[in-house]
Every structure is written in structure tokens, then in C-alpha cells.
Design a binder for this molecule. Structure first.
Ligand SMILES: [Zn+2]
Length: 172
């Protein structure tokens, strides 16, 4: 029961804060729809079973099982994840460039996730460092990589308020 409520409160808190940050960036519809599939049975069940409190249950599920059914369900439905944009053609699997509005949502998602999981250790460069940490192992379109790197670097140097202002004037 503790993990049920713990997971529910984590995803509620995460969703509420991503929605707020998306609104600040002018993304109203995406803000409201963000991560709704986390409330589906398949994703929610895995979230409770592999509940951690200080990091994503999906990472734990992958450690234990080698894969995550909840994640396969999630990334196939949520366009703010670069994994959604992988397509396969005759020459193999290749990343498609993400529309800017989804890169902005990905930015909001990563900032809030870093804030929630790192608590008092969160700094303006936390989300950038997290991205850099995994960057060698991902398959993301070069233009998408360039834009998310730019936003996360801007955040690390100027803080969140200035980055939101930058997004609103330059990207929306
Ligand atoms: Zn998501």
C-alpha cells in the first residue's frame, strides 16, 4: 500500500509540475495531456511494483527484468520522448527529427524529474548533467540533440526563469 500511494503521489506531483512548466512555455494542450498514460493499468502496475522514491521505477524494472513493459507502453504513446521518434526503414532503425514543441515538453519533463528526484541537491545544471550522462547511448536526431543540449545548457547558465523567457521569445 505504501508503494501504491508513493507512486501515485510521485506521478501526480510530476504531472502537476510539468503541466505548470509547459503552461509557462505556452504549451497548454501538451501540458494537460503530459504523461497521462502513466495512469493506465500496465504502466501504473509496474510503477508500484518497482517503486523507488528517488529514481524512476522503470530503471529498476529494467535492472531486474532486462526490459520494461510499462516503458514500452509509455514511449510508444508520448511524443516528448526521443524514443517515440525512432522509425525503421530498409537501412535500419533511424531517429526522426522531433518537432520543436515536443523538444520543449521534453525539456520541461527532464527539469521537473531532476528537481523531484534530486530534491535539495538539484541545481540548474542537474538536468544537463543527467542528459550528458546518457548521451553516448541514445539514438536521437542530431537537430533534436542540438536543441535539447542548447536549452539544457542555457538553463545551466541562466536559470529557469530566463530559459522560459528565452523559449517564449525564440521558439514559440
Ligand atoms: Zn513521459
Amino acid at each position: 500500500m505504501g508503494d501504491f500511494l508513493g507512486h501515485l503521489s510521485t506521478i501526480n506531483r510530476h504531472k502537476y509540475r510539468v503541466t505548470k512548466l509547459c503552461f509557462r512555455c505556452g504549451l497548454y494542450k501538451q501540458g494537460l495531456l503530459h504523461d497521462l498514460s502513466k495512469y493506465s493499468l500496465i504502466e501504473f502496475k509496474a510503477g508500484v511494483k518497482f517503486y523507488q522514491g528517488n529514481r524512476s521505477p522503470i530503471d529498476r524494472e529494467k535492472e531486474v527484468l532486462g526490459y520494461s513493459e510499462g516503458w514500452l507502453h509509455h514511449k510508444g504513446r508520448n511524443k516528448h520522448h526521443w524514443e517515440y521518434w525512432l522509425d525503421n526503414a530498409r537501412d535500419g532503425i533511424k531517429p526522426i527529427e522531433m518537432p520543436t514543441r515536443y523538444v520543449i515538453e521534453m525539456f520541461c519533463d527532464r527539469v521537473v524529474a531532476s528537481q523531484i528526484y534530486q530534491k535539495e541537491n538539484y541545481h540548474d545544471d542537474s538536468a544537463l548533467n543527467y542528459y550528458l550522462n546518457g548521451r553516448d547511448h541514445i539514438m536521437i536526431h542530431p537537430n533534436t540533440d542540438k536543441l535539447i543540449m542548447h536549452l539544457l545548457t542555457y538553463l545551466s547558465e541562466h536559470g529557469l526563469d530566463e530559459t522560459v523567457a528565452y523559449i517564449k521569445t525564440n521558439l514559440r
